[in-house]
Design a protein around this ligand. Structure first.
Ligand SMILES: [Zn+2]
Length: 295
């Protein structure tokens, strides 16, 4: 053994340690959680990098948008990722939020998109169809938001076919305050459950976070992740837009719950709280907004 042979391994080890430190400093906790979580990418995920690839689990809404634009550079919300809630699991410890103030959504226009519909049932478990559940939740959410003064526009009101482009076009015409697409996830592992919310543009990130936190807190379920992904409706809806996955219908127990009016109402309540909190954070005073609009 000579001196050189001892030095080389030391240098190699130092280089490896340095590389590891650089990797850790670049690590995005939110993205990291998504990669670690089991079975959270039924179909659309592979399509994020390969839009033309047919998805094993047919969920058109969750397939990547073709020729998705890159994230806007002027991105105040998204560029500086808020360091605060980097551990979504921790948000489960939040207390159930207080009731929203009456009329706190007056003057706000909200587009709700019940995922799938018509010839596209979405995920199916033992004859329970995702499209029916998302419509049930969305109709309850509409009422909750209207009770707080919001004007709500639905991309579909019944079990009808609606192309994704139709949905975002309808939203863009009314220029809403926000766009929310409601989905229920599914995967091969029947034990998997939890909440995910997706956004694409930076100005949607805070909305995705608020909705995620409230779903986890109110439903008391596993916090999977908030993830940036180029889903069609998130890319092409101009308003801050979020796609929420409110549970796993491949989970037998959860599927049975999701089919009940009570649980659908609970989800609607959680989503309402998320929306109220997001809007309160963006527009602390409705009065101030009104005076601006009247100028
Ligand atoms: Zn879906």
């Amino acid at each position: 053994m000579n001196n050189n042979s001892a030095i080389v391994p030391v240098r190699t080890t130092l280089l490896m340690v340095l590389s590891l430190l650089v990797a850790i400093s670049l690590f995005d906790p939110i993205q990291g959680i998504s990669q670690a979580a089991p079975c959270l990418n039924p179909a659309g995920s592979t399509a994020t990098t390969a839009p033309a690839a047919p998805a094993a689990y047919p969920d058109p809404t969750e397939s990547a948008a073709p020729a998705a634009p890159s994230a806007p550079s002027s991105n105040p919300t998204g560029s500086a990722a808020p360091a605060a809630p980097t551990n979504p699991a921790g948000s489960a410890a939040q207390t159930i939020p207080a009731a929203a103030a009456p009329n706190c959504l007056t003057g706000k226009v909200i587009v709700l998109d019940a995922g799938h519909g018509g010839s596209d049932p979405g995920a199916v478990n033992n004859k329970v169809q995702e499209a029916n559940l998302t419509l049930g939740i969305t109709l309850k959410l509409k009422k909750s938001l209207e009770d707080l003064g919001a004007k709500v526009v639905l991309t579909r009101e019944d079990d009808s076919d609606k192309e994704l482009a139709e949905r975002t076009h309808k939203s863009n015409l009314v220029k809403p305050t926000i766009f929310v697409s409601v989905h229920i996830n599914s995967c091969k592992n029947p034990a998997t459950d939890g909440i995910e919310t997706y956004y694409w543009t930076g100005h949607s990130r805070a909305l995705a976070r608020h909705m995620f936190d409230m779903l986890v807190a109110v439903l008391g379920v596993k916090a999977n992740f908030v993830h940036q992904r180029n889903l069609y409706v998130c890319v092409y809806a101009d308003a801050p837009s979020v796609l929420v996955e409110v549970g796993y219908m491949s989970n037998k127990e959860k599927c049975a719950k999701l089919a009940t009016d009570d649980y659908q109402q609970l989800i609607a309540d959680a989503l309402t709280q998320g929306i109220v909190r997001y809007i309160a954070s963006k527009h602390p005073s409705n009065k101030a907004i009104k005076s601006k609009e009247h100028k």
